[in-house]
Design a protein around this ligand. Structure first.
Ligand SMILES: C[C@H](O)CC(=O)SCCNC(=O)CCNC(=O)[C@H](O)C(C)(C)COP(=O)(O)OP(=O)(O)OC[C@H]1O[C@@H](n2cnc3c(N)ncnc32)[C@H](O)[C@@H]1OP(=O)(O)O
Ligand SMILES: NC(=O)c1ccc[n+]([C@@H]2O[C@H](COP(=O)([O-])OP(=O)(O)OC[C@H]3O[C@@H](n4cnc5c(N)ncnc54)[C@H](O)[C@@H]3O)[C@@H](O)[C@H]2O)c1
Length: 309
């Protein structure tokens, strides 16, 4: 059953905003992004089901969520350990896991997909779920670089499909990009904006253009840094130090690439390079290709541009 609310938007004199109240959320993909989104949604009172392909990944994700929440509790409830314990218990009770997306979407208001950055895989997932999810359920993708319109095209709910692009690490980064395609209804868009607000995030509205706002600016910068390193114009360590101390960035481009995941970086690059074969900005990077071919995806595998073990 769908729940709707009406309220008056401040600053938009008397324009009524209608949105689906999102209580039950299915998050597909229990990797670094999915687990982070699940953590934030559960700790803001949403009933979350986290879905992945196998139990081991899900168990690891839940363990990570609990560990992160304990860190939060230690700081936030330093003077009130009992209230902290209650917060932790409640948040953890809000998380369940499943390896069968089809069965859990039947009771969900929102599906947030955070699986591998591959158009076909995302389309297959949503195409299947579209047949099983209730009519009111909104679908959203956390894709970094793919077109939301292309992903949504595998479904018959174009009006109830949008983008929710979170940033890594989700519990810390305050932004969510909310993406509307030309078919996303106002009600869906407002529901996604409201959900982001309920998570305590600040949202920005984006069109369905490659990389939305942040990645359209961030990826060319990172790729330029990789090319600078490939030309031998600077060591990766010096480039990282330069951007941290010279620009005040929390991480240099190589540290950030390892943090995002070099596999994800390559998926993004490959997609953009296929769409813009003549643009040197998206030309293949030998160093990136080699690291990915060797399974060195960055922090999550213990090695990327740097070693973490
Ligand atoms: C490609 C994609 O589509 C889009 C993207 O996501 S692009 C990537 C965007 N992300 C970034 O640019 C991240 C840049 N890096 C940073 O902001 C910081 O280095 C960082 C927040 C990751 C770590 O910060 P740093 O100060 O070095 O470490 P640390 O002291 O451990 O953490 C800072 C705070 O974040 C918390 N934290 C760090 N990682 C966390 C995690 N995974 N989960 C929860 N909390 C976390 C810590 O508990 C700490 O909290 P406190 O300030 O209350 O004590
Ligand atoms: N890493 C980042 O910094 C970042 C930031 C914003 C958005 N994103 C996007 O979020 C998505 C996930 O990225 P990530 O870094 O969490 O990747 P990840 O590799 O950490 O996790 C992906 C998870 O999806 C699971 N998965 C793959 N196919 C699946 C399927 N069909 N059904 C269920 N689960 C499946 C995998 O088992 C894995 O656990 C990608 O689209 C990525 O572009 C990544």
């Amino acid at each position: 059953m769908a729940f709707f609310t009406h309220h008056i938007c401040r600053g938009l004199s008397s324009s009524a905003v209608r949105h689906v109240v999102i209580k039950n959320v299915t998050i597909i993909g229990g990797g670094q992004m999915g687990a982070g989104i699940a953590q934030v949604a559960a700790s803001t009172g949403h009933a979350v089901t986290l879905v992945d392909t196998n139990e081991d990944i899900l168990k690891k994700a839940v363990k990570g969520i609990e560990g992160n929440l304990k860190r939060v509790v230690k700081k936030k409830f330093a003077d009130k350990p009992e209230a902290g314990e209650e917060f932790l218990q409640k948040a953890m009770q809000n998380v369940s896991i499943s390896t069968d997306a089809g069965s859990v979407v039947q009771g969900t208001d929102l599906v947030v997909e955070a699986i591998v950055e591959n158009l076909k895989v995302k389309q297959d997932l949503f195409g299947g779920l579209d047949k099983l999810a209730p009519a009111h359920t909104i679908f959203a993708s956390n894709t970094s670089s793919l077109s939301i319109t292309d992903i949504a095209s595998s479904t018959n709910r174009l009006d109830r499909f949008g983008g929710l692009h979170f940033f890594n690490p989700v519990p810390v980064m305050r932004l969510v990009e909310v993406i509307a395609t030309s078919s996303t209804s106002q009600e869906t868009f407002d529901s996604l904006l409201n959900f982001s607000k309920m998570l305590g995030k600040t949202s920005v509205s984006c069109k369905d253009t490659p990389g939305f706002i942040v990645n359209r600016l961030l990826l060319p910068y990172i790729l330029d840094a990789v090319r600078m390193y490939e030309r031998g114009d600077g060591s990766k360590e010096d480039i990282d130090i330069a951007m941290k101390l010279g620009c005040g960035y929390p991480m240099g481009p190589f540290e950030l690439s390892d943090y995002v995941g070099l596999d994800t970086m390559k998926f993004i690059m490959d997609g953009w390079s296929a769409a813009n074969p003549d643009n040197p900005m998206f030309a293949q990077s030998e160093v990136l290709n080699k690291l990915v071919a060797e399974g060195k995806f960055g922090k999550k595998t213990g090695e990327g541009f740097y070693k973490y073990k």
